[in-house]
Every structure is written in structure tokens, then in C-alpha cells.
Design a protein around this ligand. Structure first.
Ligand code: SF4
Ligand code: SF4
Length: 370
């Protein structure tokens, strides 16, 4: 990193781009990772502790775990006013809360050589280096791993990492906003959250070779990659149909999956009615000597791990299981109606960092006993 590793003690002036009025941050996330709260904390931070004017707001859909979430934060010097409340289209800092999102070209919209990027890495840095635009600098932090080890959340780890890259806020002030917000709500978890911030700050690292734009749409088209609106020839059509039905929801899972015990299943179909994402695969078959629609298995590619199906199953044919303990997913049956290209199913793997430890944290966060 260009700046010193040692903690910034005093806030500095906003690093505005040439002709820019605001320092603008865009958070790209999925429901359940805490980006909305992170944005609110950053907004409050500016006004309460940095002597700046600031505004923050989020955009999200149905608030389901796994749906896209965007957060927007603007800062400006106190003498100026913020009179715009529109989404940020040219971010000075882009923060990506899950590595899987880097595959979505819409996440990179408006990024250019003035944009710093932070990516929450899951494993290895190779994939993170394959980003489609040329940016100022690109950093990675193993946010999920740190969050698990400190019993905090990804959002606080990203806050620490952001403090380091932004360069104008001392870590102590990030800690104070965390104490104000999370400390009141979850006092037992405050120590872990502060540790998460500290480690996010200390362990962020620049990704060598990232941000050079070598994975541009044009280059990918040459190599046979998936086309997009920006990579299509003029006059062409965009074959990338958009809907939650074809989306890979596996990154939304937070360590748990519904495990199907077929021998218990009475083919009532309750799970199919409860599931919001067309995961269950029913087809003609035989049950107790009668021809009927039977449950053949789950398309885990579309499963976001909400476990509603487990709640409704009357005979415990679906049970909550730790994903890491079921890497093979015995009844993983791709939805034949939705397969357009086989590579949609390539990366439906487990969320490996989550262990049974997270369950303890989850209980504590809800006020239960550890
Ligand atoms: S956990 Fe169950 S209800 Fe939720 S998305 Fe997965 S299969 Fe559907
Ligand atoms: S709710 Fe349970 S018993 Fe009914 S079809 Fe689904 S898995 Fe089978």
C-alpha cells in the first residue's frame, strides 16, 4: 500500500478527484452481509467524528438474504452542502462484500482510474485479480475468515479495511462509531467487532496485477467468455436473461443447507410451496404404489440457505445441516428446465469458512446463551 501500515492518528482532508465535489463510496453486496448497516455507520461517522457533511442510503429489493444490496455514501467538507441524493455512478471507492460479485459486470459500472477497490476475498487472490476494468488500485481482505475468527461480522472487517484505504479517518473513530452503533445493540459482541475492525485494517493487502483491466469484456469475448451488453457487437442482442431464477444464489448461504432425507419424504410438496427459489425438483414417479409427482432432490445452485423448507416439512425429511459437512450434496439435481448453459452450475460450492462456531455467535447475537 502507498500509505504507511501504522495507524492514521489524525484525519486528513478528503482526497477529492480533480474537479470533484464529493468523496463517494459505493458498497456492492448481497443481503445478509451487513452492507446496509455499514453504510449507515459510515454516514454517521462523517458527521459525528470527521467534521464533514455526509449522506448515506442503500438500495435493496425484498430484503431477502441473498438479494443484491447497494450502499451509497457521500462525504464533503463541512462548508459545502450535499444536495444530491442519487446513486453513485463514479465511485472513488468501490467496496465488494463478496468475491462472487466480481463476476457481475454491473458491479463495475462507473469505475475508472480514479477508483480504489476493496474486495472481500474468500480464498486465493487469483480470481480477484481478474477484474474487467482498469482502476487506481485494488485491495483484498479475507473478510469472512477474519469475521469467523473474531466472532464479528463481515461489515466491521470491511469498515477497518476501508479506513486504511480511505486514509482520512483514524481507526479510533471507526471504533467509536462501532461502539455507538453495535455496542449498544450487541454489547457482548463489541469486543469481537472491534477486533474484526482492527484485523480488517491490518490485514488488507494490495492485489498485485489486479485492476489492469486485462479481464475486459473484449478480452473475455476473444477467449470465449460469457458475453454481456457491453461486450456485444453493435446491433446484437443481449442473451443474458436476468431473473432471480437463473441467478447463482450459493454465495448467499451462510454455512447451512437443507439436507434431504429421501426415505422420510411423503411427497406432500410443502417444501416446493415454501421455497422462494425453485430449488425442489418434482417429477413424475411412484410413491407407495401410486403414480404421482415425487420429490427428486434439490438444485442447490439456486438455494440461498434460508431454511424455510426445513420449517415446513412435516416429517423431518429436510433437516438443517452444516454445509461444510455435506460437500457432496447427495440429492443435488440441477433444474432441467432452467439449464441454458452448463457453466451456470460450476461454482455452487460450500461456504467453507462457516463452521459450527458461527452458530454460537448467532445465538449470542440474538441474546441467547453461548
Ligand atoms: S433453504 Fe430451502 S426454502 Fe430456502 S432457498 Fe434453499 S431450498 Fe429453498
Ligand atoms: S415438505 Fe418434506 S415431506 Fe413434503 S415433499 Fe418436501 S421434503 Fe418431502
Amino acid at each position: 500500500m502507498q500509505q504507511e501500515i501504522s495507524e492514521i492518528k489524525e484525519e486528513k482532508r478528503l482526497p477529492l478527484r480533480s474537479g470533484g465535489k464529493y468523496y463517494e463510496i459505493r458498497l456492492e453486496s448481497i443481503g445478509g452481509l451487513g452492507a446496509n448497516l455499514c453504510g449507515k455507520m459510515l454516514g454517521e461517522l462523517g458527521v459525528k467524528y470527521l467534521d464533514l457533511n455526509s449522506v448515506s442510503f442503500s438500495s435493496y429489493g425484498s430484503e431477502k438474504t441473498g438479494t443484491p444490496v447497494k450502499g451509497y455514501i457521500r462525504y464533503c467538507e463541512k462548508e459545502k452542502e450535499i444536495r444530491i441524493h442519487s446513486p453513485i455512478i463514479r465511485p472513488d471507492l468501490l467496496v465488494i462484500f463478496h468475491q462472487a460479485l466480481i463476476r457481475d459486470e454491473r458491479v463495475w459500472e462507473g469505475c475508472d482510474e480514479n477508483t480504489d477497490v476493496i474486495i472481500a476475498l474468500e480464498s486465493g487472490q487469483e480470481k480477484a485479480a481478474r477484474i474487467p476494468v482498469r482502476v487506481k488500485s485494488c485491495y483484498g481482505v479475507r473478510a469472512q475468515k477474519i469475521a469467523m475468527e473474531t466472532r464479528s461480522r463481515i461489515n466491521v472487517v470491511m469498515l477497518g479495511a476501508m479506513a486504511r484505504v480511505m486514509g482520512f479517518t483514524p481507526l479510533s473513530k471507526i471504533n467509536r462509531i462501532c461502539e455507538d452503533t453495535l455496542g449498544k445493540k450487541y454489547p457482548d459482541a463489541l469486543k469481537g467487532n472491534l477486533e474484526g475492525i482492527k484485523r480488517g485494517y491490518a490485514e488488507i493487502e494490495e492485489l498485485a496485477g489486479a485492476g489492469t483491466g486485462t479481464d475486459s469484456p473484449q478480452n473475455r469475448r476473444k477467449s470465449g467468455g460469457r458475453p454481456s451488453a457491453s461486450s456485444m457487437p453493435e446491433g446484437g442482442i443481449n442473451p443474458r436473461f436476468g431473473s432471480t431464477v437463473v441467478a447463482d444464489l450459493s454465495p448467499s448461504r451462510q454455512g447451512y443447507i437443507p439436507v434431504f432425507i429421501k426415505e422420510r419424504c411423503i411427497n406432500c410438496g410443502f417444501c416446493d410451496s415454501a421455497c422462494p427459489d425453485m430449488v425442489f425438483q418434482f417429477a413424475k414417479g411412484e410413491y407407495k404404489g401410486r403414480e404421482m409427482m415425487v420429490n427428486k432432490g434439490l438444485d442447490y445452485y439456486h438455494c440461498k440457505g434460508c431454511l424455510r423448507c426445513v420449517d415446513v416439512c412435516p416429517v423431518n425429511a429436510l433437516v438443517k445441516g452444516l454445509e461444510a459437512e455435506h460437500p457432496d450434496k447427495k440429492y443435488f439435481l440441477p433444474n432441467q428446465d432452467l439449464i441454458r448453459k452448463p457453466d451456470y452450475y460450476i461454482e455452487a460450492g460450500p461456504d467453507g469458512y462457516i463452521t459450527s462456531e458461527s452458530y454460537l455467535t448467532e445465538k449470542r447475537m440474538e441474546g441467547g446463551e453461548v
